[in-house]
Ligand binder design. Structure first.
Ligand SMILES: *[C@@H]1O[C@H](CO)[C@@H](O)[C@H](O)[C@H]1NC(C)=O
Ligand SMILES: *[C@@H]1O[C@H](CO)[C@@H](O)[C@H](O)[C@H]1NC(C)=O
Ligand SMILES: *[C@@H]1O[C@H](CO)[C@@H](O)[C@H](O)[C@H]1NC(C)=O
Length: 978
């Protein structure tokens, strides 16, 4: 090896030198070929986030060009410090645009500095890319040259409102800094809260340069208010001071809930230890960053670089702004390459001599191309997918964190699609839900594990001040008894109910009753005035017999009612037993009376038709027969008819008729009985209009809203008399409407029931019920406990407890008869019975038709007689004649048996024809009593031919059988009854 020729060494050295030279020349040529694009960076360099942003940008560029050395462009950074100043940022931007003529600016640092810079960029057609100005108000400038490589603040409001909804808070107070950053979120936040039924009763604005005293004063103000849920949206520096002071004032204790926006949450790990300690139990939201390998590598490199540059640096942790700065630098580098930006000078503006410095810059010719390239740039960055829509990043899922000890713990996530979820599972397709159970266990302020209810009785008053009315009239509802030492003892139905309701609440509420009275202990106003006291803030609530009505609910909120609701009328009961002589007519209506009467006549007539030819009872002189029709018909009413009915048709009709009569009389009796016993007591008046028409006096309770109601109904004011107590009401009733008293009283049902419980034998509740809301408790409008109390009221009213309270104060209502039964008994009408009448009618008509057919059939020889002398008229007359006569073929006229006690009837016989001159009638066989023609009766007599003989014959004896001739041969006698 030592023998190597030196020439070879020299040669190889030369070759080495040569090749090195060629390499370096090539490199230099390659470097010369890259275009150096000037880019401005405007940040608060003395702020650690600004410094971090700058570091991340430079790391990003060196990383990027190391892997993309074929790029023809290289970004050259021109850094400017905006010095935490709006003017500083504007001046820096102006300088970059005018003197350096940069192609793009990364910045501004904060939302406050953004407005003017955005306008400058718009004018110069230079893209302004921010990674740290998050106020949503900025995008409203709609400058096409403004790019936000960060999330705007409004993308988190839905996550916050989902938390509010999950814990059921109804009122929320935002605390925010008084600048563009703080205000920008407020419209979006209130809209989102509105959607979950949460109200913002107050907004706490803190100046960005607030002194400690100012912060303390504001916090004290918040303590006096009811709401205990706060959303803090400000820069971390101000928030640190706020939480430190809040801790000192005891506002980081149980019953408080604090929520911080991502502006603070993102920088939690850079806050002081002491600040973190005072923030224990706070809940925060922040964008979710996927933990990738790329991110991990970067974090290590970043920390290494940080320690190289500044070995004394305390643990300044990388946060999301650093990632956004890194991503925006890479996006810009890619876009510049894509748009082939050259370093062409700006088109100069026409500068007049008089122009100021401000508008003395030109317009970038590369701007439009660059902004187009930027908005289509997409790559996978540290924060996830970098893709701009409308010049902004799209919102990722948010994570919900809970500050515990030195750090924050993730307790859940929020996504647009699924709401609050315990774990992020991107395949989840469940519906949107904001259930509390999806959030992990949270340590709340004051080391509590259960969520605060979100409101509190203001701490400057330790107890809820509950106003109660002084109602001497019905002291059973609310009773206030003054002790000698001027303390008030409170009791009554409403008080007991409220006590029970508060007991049923899931949390304790201290309260005290304050009678609504002036110093003289008399009521100082009516119930409307009392409700207004809640509206004006003198009371926190009102408990008592206050009715829920629309007018009052305009000023206050009512809970659900806890009593029966409505307004009704009470009138005296009248006993009219002695006054009605015609009550016996009342059980039936006149139509039914009339129908019944006609039916009786009709049935009597029909029976006469069916019977009179065969039945001696229905015979006799015409007037006797007419009398019989009526007599017979009406005697069936009590089933007292003595006449026997012979024909089957008549019997058939009568059976059905008896059924009708039975039902009719029974119904009549029942109805009359009920009228005579029950209806003796009935209300004097049943209708309100009757009162108005008759100009009667009507009572109302003093101070009650019923007075207005009565006036609306049409009562004249002069006809309304106020009463103050049940006894006074009784007195007014006793006097009567004519003597300065009243005829009726109209009041709420609970009062009237109380009155009736005492005087139920004399008065009754009548008429329609006018709907009102019933009694409810009064709270200020939008008061958070109202839904809880309403729920508790339902619990109490559904339980046995309510019955116990009712029995204790209002007595047993069941003692009084139900008023509705007093006025119900009315007359029986035809409509209840027409079926019966129809039945008997059909039976009667069919019986009549059958009878007529039978009669005509029997006498058909009369009708079909072909006698030239007989006319229709004569035939009809004969038929009628036959109809009028006895039906001798009837079995009734053939009977032989005699019955004792039978009546005898007159009978005129004429001997028409006899072969013998004389014949004898034997008295033994034919007991004649008195032959009318020939003086004293003789045992036998002779009769000339065709001589009229009058004797009395026995009824029901057939004449042929009764004649027995004494002479030998059978006589040829024709006897005709006359
Ligand atoms: C400058 O002014 C001239 C005429 O006054 C006009 O043609 C030109 O477009 C202007 N240039 C710019 C950049 O406004
Ligand atoms: C510039 O200012 C002078 C006076 O200061 C004035 O006379 C002149 O009209 C101005 N020119 C323009 C273009 O405004
Ligand atoms: C804020 O960003 C979200 C997406 O993250 C977007 O939907 C919304 O429109 C933005 N708001 C404003 C005011 O730009």
């Amino acid at each position: 090896m030592e023998n190597k020729p030196p020439s070879l060494d020299t040669l190889s050295f030369l070759i080495f030198i040569l090749s090195f030279n060629i390499f370096t020349i090539n490199r230099a040529m390659a470097q010369k070929a890259t275009i150096r694009v000037k880019v401005g960076v405007v940040l608060d360099m003395d702020h650690y986030v600004g410094q971090m942003g700058l570091d991340c940008i430079s790391i990003a560029l060196s990383d990027f060009y190391a892997t993309h050395d074929y790029y023809k462009t290289r970004l050259v950074l021109n850094n400017r410090n905006s010095n935490r100043d709006v003017v500083g940022a504007a001046a820096a931007a102006l300088d970059l645009l005018k003197n350096v003529e940069v192609q793009a600016i990364i910045g501004p640092f904060s939302s406050v500095q953004a407005n003017f810079m955005i306008n400058l960029g718009d004018k110069a057609h230079v893209p302004i890319i921010t990674f740290s100005a998050t106020s949503p108000s900025l995008s409203s400038f709609r400058s096409p040259y403004f790019i936000r490589a960060a999330l705007n603040d409004s993308s988190q409001v839905q996550a916050i409102s989902a938390i509010i909804q999950a814990f059921g808070w109804r009122k929320v107070v935002p605390i925010y800094v008084d600048n563009e950053f703080g205000e920008g979120i407020i419209p979006f936040l209130t809209d989102a809260l509105e959607k979950v039924n949460a109200r913002v009763p107050y907004r706490s604005v803190i100046p960005s340069l607030a002194t400690d005293d100012h912060i303390i004063a504001e916090l004290y103000k918040l303590m006096t208010m009811q709401t205990r849920v706060f959303i803090v949206h400000m820069m971390p520096t101000l928030a640190s001071r706020l939480f430190t002071k809040a801790k000192q004032l005891g506002m980081m204790s149980q019953e408080y809930a604090w929520i911080i926006t991502d502006g603070i949450t993102n920088e939690l790990n850079s806050l002081d230890r002491s600040v973190m300690e005072s923030m224990l139990g706070v809940i925060g939201v922040q964008p979710y960053i996927p933990k990738t390998e790329q991110l991990q590598n970067f974090t290590i490199r970043y920390e290494k670089k940080l320690l190289q540059n500044n070995p004394t640096a305390l643990s300044l942790n990388l946060n999301i702004f650093g990632l956004w700065a890194y991503d925006s630098a890479i996006a810009l580098a890619m876009a510049v390459e894509k748009a082939r930006v050259t370093n062409a000078a700006f088109l100069k503006a026409n500068i007049s001599r008089n122009s100021t410095d401000l508008d003395g810059f030109g317009v970038s010719s590369a701007g439009p191309g660059l902004i187009r390239a930027l908005s289509t740039t997409a790559f996978r960055g540290l924060f996830g997918k970098f893709k701009l829509i409308d010049g902004q990043l799209q919102s990722p899922p948010y994570q919900i964190v809970n500050v515990i000890g030195p750090g924050a713990r993730v307790v859940g996530y929020w996504t647009k699609e699924n709401g609050i979820v315990r774990e992020l599972n991107f395949a989840n397709t469940n519906t949107y839900s904001t259930s509390k159970s999806n959030i992990g266990s949270i340590i709340w302020p004051g080391d509590k594990t259960s969520p605060p209810k979100g409101w509190m009785i203001p701490t400057n008053r330790k107890k809820l001040r509950v106003g109660i009315p002084l109602n001497d009239a019905f002291s059973k509802f609310v009773r206030v008894v003054r002790n000698s030492d001027n303390s008030a003892e409170v009791g009554g139905y409403c008080i007991d109910v409220f006590d029970a309701v508060v007991e049923a609440l899931p949390y304790g509420v201290p309260y005290e009753y304050i009678p609504f009275a002036a110093s003289d202990h008399n009521s100082t106003g009516n119930y409307n005035d009392l409700a207004i006291q809640v509206y004006t803030g003198n009371f926190d609530a009102v408990v008592g017999d206050i009715t829920i009505i629309a007018n009052r609910s305009q000023y206050v909120d009512f809970t659900l009612p806890y009593t029966e609701s409505g307004v009704s009328m009470v009138v005296p009961i009248k006993d009219d037993k002695s006054k009605n002589a015609w009550i016996f007519l009342r059980p039936l209506t006149w139509e039914l009376w009339l129908t019944s009467f006609c039916s009786f006549i009709f049935i009597g007539f029909l029976i006469w038709i069916l019977e009179h030819r065969t039945n001696e009872d229905f015979r006799g002189p015409p007037w006797h027969q007419v009398g019989m029709i009526f007599w017979f018909a009406f005697s069936t009413m009590v089933f007292a008819h003595k006449e026997r009915v012979i024909s089957n048709l008549a019997r058939f009709v009568l059976i059905i008729w008896f059924l009708v009569v039975l039902i009719l009389t029974q119904s009549y009796t029942a109805s009359l009985t009920s009228m005579l016993t029950v209806q003796q007591l009935h209300p004097t008046i049943t209708d309100v209009n009757e009162l108005i028409k008759n100009n009667e006096y009507v009572g109302y309770q003093n101070g009650s809203f019923v007075f207005e109601l009565l006036k609306d109904m049409g009562f004249h004011e002069s006809r309304l008399l106020a009463f103050n107590s049940p006894d006074e009401l009784y007195e007014l009733f006793s006097k009567g409407s004519r003597n300065g008293g009243i005829a009726a009283v109209i009041d709420e049902i609970p009062y009237m029931k109380l009155f009736l419980a005492k005087y139920c034998s004399k008065y009754t509740m009548v008429g329609p019920t006018y709907k009102t809301g019933g009694f409810g408790f009064v709270f200020p409008k939008g008061s958070p406990p109202v839904p809880d109390i309403s729920r508790a009221i339902l619990e109490v009213t559904e339980s046995k407890k309510m019955m116990t309270i009712e029995k204790k104060w209002l007595g047993d209502e069941t003692k009084c008869p139900d008023s509705s039964t007093l006025i119900s008994s009315s007359s029986i009408g035809l409509e209840s019975f027409w079926g019966l009448f129809l039945m008997v009618g059909i039976a009667a008509v069919s019986a009549f038709i059958i009878y007529v057919i039978k009669f005509l059939h029997e006498n058909r020889h009369v009708m079909y007689r072909s006698d030239p002398h007989s006319t229709i008229w004569s035939k009809t007359t004969e038929l009628l004649q036959r109809f009028n006569n006895r039906d001798l073929s009837s079995h009734t006229f053939k009977k032989t048996e005699r019955r004792e006690g039978d009546n005898r009837s007159d009978c005129i016989l004429r001997v028409i024809e006899s072969p013998n001159e004389h014949f004898q009638l034997s008295p033994s066989s034919f007991p004649l009593t008195s032959p009318r023609t020939n003086g004293p009766p003789s045992p036998a007599f002779s009769s000339p031919k065709s001589q009229n003989v009058v004797f009395q014959a026995e009824q029901d004896s057939s004449l042929e059988n009764k004649f027995k001739m004494t002479q030998g041969e059978a006589p040829q006698v024709i006897i005709q009854e006359i």
